[in-house]
Design a protein around this ligand. Sequence first.
Ligand code: ATP
Ligand code: MG
Length: 321
Amino acid sequence: MTSVSGIMPTGRLTLGNHLGALRRFTDPHGFYFVANLHAMTMRHVPRRLAELTRETATLMLAAGSPEGTVFVQSEVPAHVQLGYLLECTSYVGELSRMIQYKEKGRDKPMTRVSLFTYPCLMAADILLYGTDRVPVGDDQDQHVELARDVAIRFNREYGETFVVPELAKAAYATRIKDLQTPTAKMSKSDVDDAIGTIRLLDPPDVIRRQVMKAVTDSENVVRYDPSGKPGVTNLLEILAACTDGDPEELAKGYQGYGELKTDVADAVLSVIEPLQRQYAVLASDPATVDAMLAAGRDRAIEASAPLLRSATTAMGLGTGR
Ligand code: ATP
Ligand code: MG
């Protein structure tokens, strides 16, 4: 019963990344990685990629269980190796239906090939450790579904090899919305200074101001209503996720928006400030971070070897002896 999950170094991490993924990276037997190979499917700047890889890895170490395995994806070659094998078991039809490709790449000649094939790499990320749980936000449903399909097909065609994983959904906060556009997901690749995006490493007073400026509506009645009141509902979901409450129950305790926003800001900071303190300790000690990532890499290399070997042999690679 272990879990696997990754975060792309495509921007400074957000509250959405924390509530949907990072803070659930607590399984001491889990595998958690900076998905830097996935950050190259669109035009990217190498130096920024390297900097964000470091920042993301340090945040993952700061948030996770001290025994958990945290590593950088590109340092464990088995991901790419199994990714290729899975490209050889996937179909153009199913990859053409993936949302990212449809929205950002289809019919554009300068689309990187990797924007089409990355779901196979992601299936490899998920299947490589024989884990059965994938703690991710709900924007990842389609990817996990593909990994399940690929695993089932591989097992059928080449013999029982992979554990078919389950999506591990949080009760709330599976899709935190932008505070200024509460119909859109909060994403780390949003422009850097977007005031609707809460960055985990921003100063607390900046974060508090962002919450106080969140878009609501003119009714001034606190009610949980995802389609009618997306702004207020998002604030209630954030509050629920940060206090382990129920958003509909929490709504009953408020007379107006000012009071709600103050409590949301307090709750968000009560989650973010300890993380920032832990981050600061690690960031001031680069040698320790290097050692933790090297240990994580070695554990991931060792743990992924058996399944890579089984899949390779099952497909008939090798010299046939
Ligand atoms: P990008 O804009 O580059 O896609 P992202 O913020 O969507 O960045 P990902 O690296 O795609 O982040 O995803 C990392 C993890 O964070 C995934 O498990 C994803 O489901 C989760 N996640 C991302 N955004 C949110 C959100 N707004 N609410 C909850 N979970 C989220
Ligand atoms: Mg994303």
